[in-house]
Write a protein that binds this ligand. Structure first.
Ligand SMILES: Nc1ncnc2c1ncn2[C@@H]1O[C@H](COP(=O)(O)OP(=O)(O)OP(=O)(O)O)[C@@H](O)[C@H]1O
Length: 473
């Protein structure tokens, strides 16, 4: 390092010291300061580099005044009037020299990510993370509704535990929270060889905890959740009211945080609105950055459908995508489900997808306004009635083919038409595991494309449920 470099680093250090006692910089913002690399001072301007645009935005929008004030008070030879920020993704590497991770050349977000398909040398590791290859940043469409959450997720993946910790993402069901969690995992693994990532639903976390007590395997539980670099935990609201599991999570969180490991949490509500959580837990959720995902606007919905069609190699005219996007507005899962229905109908009839076909399929899709929220009880009652079964049959454990299929259809519709998470739906159907709901979802999606009878049943039921709601049946 030259003398000039030393002087720049020293000056920046003094700026940081001043900022460290500036109340305007809240703890969540503080993390961004660690991401800055000072590069030089020229003509009264301090040149700084940051690894991504998100950090640049945060510095300019939220910390500009304090940084300028600190610079003005510190630099010899007259105040430095300004600072300039340049985005340089390569500095991720510089900042990670001291960490245990080995940095891999960052793959551009738009390019295929090599580790999404496990290579022969890495199968165990990829399996262990529980990441779904379909949920990558590549496949995530950015719009007004999720821009901030996406940028925060990218920043966390690029600099785990450096920017803000935890990252807390909340929002209604089906708006991309799980997708973002997985994408963080994939991208971080793509950037840092050897990084240990674990995705877990809160329900799995609970089960692992209970099993560890039942089987006296506390050390297994600890190493599973503490010997990692990034913990991605989905649907934290599911820990509501579970005092002992919360306690286990509290210790897991503290250990990871103390050791500079990243935690990312999703929830259906912001920390303040989460009931059934101890205050110390909620306040920890607020230590880092809190961001929400909202329902996408029309353009984003069209872009999501286009991306989905591209990925699945489906040839669907733009006007059809636009038509679907206009009809289904509040839940991306339902949006995708509607696209699948249109494609299934075309394939059952061996015909191409066009506007006439889409109109036929969607004629019964009634768009509901915000006040009309479908409850799982509406779905279960209507489904039982439709199949001439009792509600207890759907909740119960009968494995007869007819009852099992009806139950799977009811689960599928709960997933598609309500805001409930997989664990909540499982709980509702006689305390079943969330993987049973996932299986039901996949099974019905597939069956709809193979069997006209199932397709018709799902379609008729959907419109019946919506009609009942609308006309108060
Ligand atoms: N911005 C997006 N671009 C592309 N696909 C998206 C986007 N947002 C959501 N999706 C897709 O919508 C579906 C539902 O998203 P996801 O499961 O992530 O929702 P969620 O918010 O986690 O819901 P829940 O709270 O019910 O678990 C997924 O198939 C996901 O890939």
């Amino acid at each position: 390092m030259s003398d000039a470099d030393d002087a720049i680093a020293e000056t920046w250090q003094s700026v940081l010291e001043i900022l460290s006692v500036d109340d305007r910089i809240t703890p969540p913002l503080r993390g961004f300061l660690n991401l800055i690399v000072p590069k030089g001072i020229m003509g009264g301007t301090f040149y700084l580099e940051v690894p991504n645009e998100f950090t640049m935005g945060m510095l300019n929008q939220r910390m500009r005044a304090p940084i300028l004030a600190a610079l003005a008070s510190i630099v010899d030879g007259g105040p430095v009037g300004n600072y300039a920020i340049v985005v340089n993704p390569d500095i991720v590497e510089e900042r990670y020299e001291q960490t245990g991770f080995q940095h891999i050349d960052p793959a551009p977000l738009e390019s295929p990510q090599p580790q999404l398909t496990p290579t022969p040398t890495l199968p165990a590791r990829e399996n262990d993370t529980r990441l779904n290859p379909k949920y990558s940043f590549d496949n995530f469409v950015i719009g007004q509704s999720n821009r901030f959450a996406h940028a925060a997720a990218v920043a966390v993946a690029e600099a785990p535990a450096k920017a803000y910790n935890p990252l807390f993402v909340y929002g209604d069901s089906g708006l991309g929270k799980t997708h973002l969690l997985h994408a963080i995992g994939h991208y971080a693994m793509n950037l840092y060889a050897g990084i240990r990532v674990r995705y877990v639903s809160s329900e799995e976390f609970t089960n692992d905890f209970i099993n560890s007590i039942a089987n006296n395997r506390g050390s297994f539980f600890q190493s599973r959740y503490r010997d990692i670099d990034i913990l991605l935990i989905d649907d934290i609201q599911f820990l509501q009211g579970k005092a002992e599991t919360q306690e286990a999570f509290f210790h897991t969180f503290n250990t990871l945080h103390d050791h500079n490991k990243q935690v990312v949490i999703t929830s259906d509500l912001p920390p303040k609105a989460l009931t059934g959580f101890e205050e110390r837990m909620r306040s920890r959720f607020e230590w880092g950055l809190i961001t929400d995902v909202q329902a996408p606007d029309l353009e984003t919905r069209i872009a999501i459908l286009r991306k989905k069609a591209q990925n699945e190699k489906l040839h669907i005219p733009d006007e059809v995508l636009e038509f679907i996007a206009t009809k289904v507005s509040s839940n991306i899962r339902e949006l995708e489900g509607t696209l699948i229905r249109v494609v299934a109908f075309a394939s059952l009839n061996r015909t191409a997808v066009d506007m006439t076909l889409a109109q036929t399929v969607l004629k019964d899709v009634i768009s509901l306004d915000d006040d009309n929220v479908i409850s799982p009880i509406d779905i279960i009652n209507t489904t039982a009635d439709y199949f001439k079964l009792s509600v207890d049959d759907l909740y119960g454990s009968s494995r007869s083919q007819a009852v099992a299929t009806a139950r799977q259809i009811a689960m599928y519709l709960c997933r598609e038409l309500t805001n409930l998470s997989l664990p909540k739906i499982g709980q509702l159907f006689g305390n079943r595991d969330h993987t049973t709901v996932m299986y039901a979802n996949r099974k019905i999606t597939d069956l709809m494309q193979e069997k006209r009878s199932i397709y018709n049943q799902v379609t008729e039921l959907t419109s019946r449920i919506k009609q009942n709601l609308r006309y108060g049946a």
